[in-house]
Design a protein around this ligand. Structure first.
Ligand SMILES: [Zn+2]
Length: 479
């Protein structure tokens, strides 16, 4: 996920919030490579306190509330998934309205892996229900790793800012970073089967244009705890069975297509169709209630063309979700905590920068609207998506590997620690780790990736000892 380009910049004197000088992994896809600009020295903001910090992938997770750390509010955080931080300030008596800069520093362990900055006017204390009243910072999913830490700093917007007041709680936490537990979920894989609707002899096809599939992808990504939503569209499949034969007849027909369309066991098949004048009976989709994570035959749904929200609801059923109560939804989940099917906790849409209030928005498994993901559904889906991916091996545990480069002269350079998803590539070799005097500290298995046109190579290990004790490496044996 992270593809470090270099690991050279030491950010000195970042101010009190950064624990120590940190090494910065400059990410390939990231504009942050112009860091001097982004992280220029600015004076601490005076006469303001950081009041709340809220974190959203979907369900609101409070990290700091009324100035106090929230150790765990039970909301799961999915690794690799985009997020938004909302930072709320409160002014003291001496505060004068002006622009302020808020920075969020995202850590993996001791490494700073991302920094996000927003500058805007600040006048008065904000409210959690007003999206425009907070400093909102989008965090890329690739920065949400297994050892997540977050730190916030509030600065004056310009170097020469001169305002009265004293320094309050302008950085949080006071030292180091605030640790947030994360879990691996992995991708959500949807296989769209366009149904050539022959029941009325029309041969009508659903809309599977790129723009439309992107709408489906965003609807799933916005509401599911997946680090990625993969949508694959196969060739249209013709059938004479339509909803005039009953919705279940068409679901059965599409269920029988899994093998023919080459569905992987962890792919959710979605038969998309356009029934024309055939009566839908008010139904927009049908699916199996996927009670078990390991049964591919139940990962099949059908639904009307042009309705991503139907697809999200149906694929929710395929994940074992029953209806959430409300507005006539049949057989509601007795464990759903809100009797009216509302969200339970405020939620956010990272794909559209929208916020949803807990009491006036309804879970997408209910029949009420408008809908988004309820807190209960988020947690159940975190569990199910993660379980499906661990069964089928689609998720890769990421780990921190110490990386060495040895050139054609045998000179060794450490590139420090790099995050790698899954096993690092390369041949396995036995590598001796040497100290300053050349004594062998330990022997480990490393992955060796050669240079293409020179006799140098890169080695990756999970170090059994402290990085700084390793002065050199030596290939002991090829395995
Ligand atoms: Zn339903």
């Amino acid at each position: 996920m992270l593809r470090p380009l270099f690991l050279s910049t030491l950010l000195m004197g970042l101010s009190a919030c950064a624990p120590t000088p940190v090494s910065f992994l400059c990410l390939e896809e990231d504009p942050l490579c112009g860091l001097e600009d982004a992280l220029q020295e600015l004076p601490p903001a005076l006469s303001v306190d950081i009041e709340h910090v809220a974190f959203y992938q979907v369900t609101e997770k409070m990290l700091l509330q009324d100035g106090s750390d929230v150790s765990d509010d039970g909301v799961s955080v999915a690794q690799g998934r985009d997020a938004v931080l909302r930072v709320f300030l409160s002014p003291t008596d001496t505060y004068e309205e002006r622009d302020l800069t808020v920075r969020a520093y995202i850590y993996q362990g001791d490494d700073l892996v991302d920094a996000v900055i927003v500058t805007q006017n600040f006048k008065k204390e904000g409210s959690l229900s007003d999206l425009d009243s907070s400093f909102n910072l989008a965090i890329r999913g690739s920065a949400i790793g297994p050892d997540l830490g977050i730190a916030i700093e509030v600065l004056e917007a310009t170097l020469d800012a001169d305002f009265p007041g004293i320094q309050g709680r302008n950085s949080w936490p006071e030292d180091s970073a605030f640790g947030v537990e994360t879990v691996v979920t992995g991708p959500l894989k949807i296989l769209i089967v366009p149904i050539e609707y022959n029941a009325d002899n029309s041969g009508r096809l659903p809309n599977t244009e790129d723009d439309e599939m992107e709408r489906f992808r965003q609807a799933f990504y916005g509401q599911f705890p997946a680090d990625e939503v993969q949508i694959r569209v196969v060739e249209p499949q013709g059938t004479d069975i339509g909803i005039r034969n009953g919705w279940s007849a068409l679901l059965n027909e599409v269920t029988g297509m899994r093998a023919a369309v080459g569905a992987e066991d962890d792919e959710y098949v979605y038969g998309l169709f356009s029934p024309g004048e055939d009566p839908t009976g008010g139904t927009a989709g049908l699916c199996w209630l996927g009670y078990g994570p390991s049964d591919p035959g139940t990962k099949v749904c059908i639904g009307l063309s042009g309705s991503p929200s139907t697809a999200v609801h149906e694929v929710g059923h395929a994940h074992g979700r029953e209806h959430s109560p409300g507005c006539g939804a049949g057989s509601p989940d007795p464990q759903y905590p809100e009797s009216d099917g509302s969200l339970g906790v405020r939620a956010f849409d990272t794909t559209g920068n929208r916020m949803f209030e807990a009491a006036t928005t309804y879970d997408f498994m209910s029949y009420c609207g408008p809908t988004w993901t309820g807190a209960h559904t988020w947690e159940r889906l975190v569990e199910r998506v993660g379980t499906v991916n661990s069964i089928y091996g689609a998720h890769m545990e990421s780990a921190e590997y110490l990386t060495f480069v040895q050139d054609e002269h045998g000179t060794t350079t450490s590139l420090g620690r790099q995050w790698i998803s899954g096993e690092p590539a390369g041949l396995a070799v036995r590598l001796e780790l040497l100290d300053q005097e050349g004594a062998v500290l330990d022997t480990v298995v490393a992955r060796r990736v050669p240079m293409d046109h020179a006799d140098g190579a890169m080695f990756r290990i999970i170090p059994p000892i402290a990085d700084q004790d390793i002065a050199d490496i030596r290939v002991k044996a090829w395995r």
